[in-house]
Design a protein around this ligand. Structure first.
Ligand code: MN
Length: 248
């Protein structure tokens, strides 16, 4: 019976972690550790500067007070798995997609990255769609992928970024291996005023858009496919060596 480590940057109370936990429990033991608040966009931050407290939510379900997704994976691995490596780490299901450059901010993807650093096969799951996410449906798809990964494994150094269209299972057109796409939106900083007239700033996006290039993560979910992008820990740009060698 496999053991899963589960986290979610939307917090332990999120619908996405609860739906995925239920599906994975039909396959094996699930140890869930998640932040006590929504930490979407926190990236791969790990808390070094202060101690952390952990609170038990239910059997095999914990929340880290003020902890990031990477903290949760770290503590889950070292505290709640009796020193045994889990068979799979799942991060999600995130409410909203994690595509293109956004994955660098993503607490969901960073949860999976942390798992991979600890030597665990790891998958990040996010839901894509305009309407309210049906986590029961997307969790069924996540379970299918978890099973495939358990059976086939994933290469060393690799973790998966999965985006699932928010559609009934029968309307999903299939699974596609994709590459990371590119955003085409304008970032913007809104200036507001507080009640005393002092400025406040709000980082936002003026408009969302994407380069609809075939083979990318965005292209896949836009067309109703589940997007599966293999990511790697090694961020080195090997193609740049040749050009930079003339300078250094
Ligand atoms: Mn999130």
């Amino acid at each position: 019976m496999p053991t899963f480590l589960l986290t979610n940057d939307d917090g332990y109370f999120s619908e996405g972690i609860r739906a995925l936990r239920e599906e994975l429990k039909s396959l094996g033991r699930v140890v869930a550790v998640a932040p006590d608040r929504n930490l979407s966009g926190v990236g791969h931050a790990l808390t070094f500067s202060q101690p952390l407290r952990v609170r038990r939510v239910e059997e095999d379900f914990w929340t880290v007070i003020g902890g990031t997704p990477a903290d949760c994976v770290h503590l889950g691995y070292y505290l709640f798995l009796d020193g045994k490596k889990p068979d799979l780490l799942c991060s999600g299901i995130n409410e909203g997609p994690n595509l293109g450059e956004d994955i660098t901010y993503s607490g969901t993807v960073s949860g999976a990255m942390e798992g991979r650093i600890l030597g665990i096969p790891s998958v990040a799951f996010s839901a894509f769609g305009r309407d309210e996410v049906d986590f029961r449906e997307t969790a069924k798809v996540a379970k299918e992928i978890a099973l495939k990964v358990l059976e086939g494994g994933i290469p060393e150094d690799t973790y998966l970024n999965v985006n699932i269209p928010n559609l009934p299972r029968e309307e999903i057109r299939g699974f596609l291996l994709t590459r990371q796409g590119r955003r085409a939106y304008k970032e913007k900083v809104l200036k507001l005023l507080d009640p005393s007239g002092r400025p406040l700033y709000w980082i936002t996006a003026e408009e969302f858009g994407w380069h609809l290039e075939e083979g990318t993560d965005y292209w896949a979910v836009y067309h109703g496919f589940v997007s599966i992008t293999p990511l790697q820990l090694d961020l080195t740009n090997y193609k740049a060596f040749e050009k930079l060698r003339t300078k250094f």
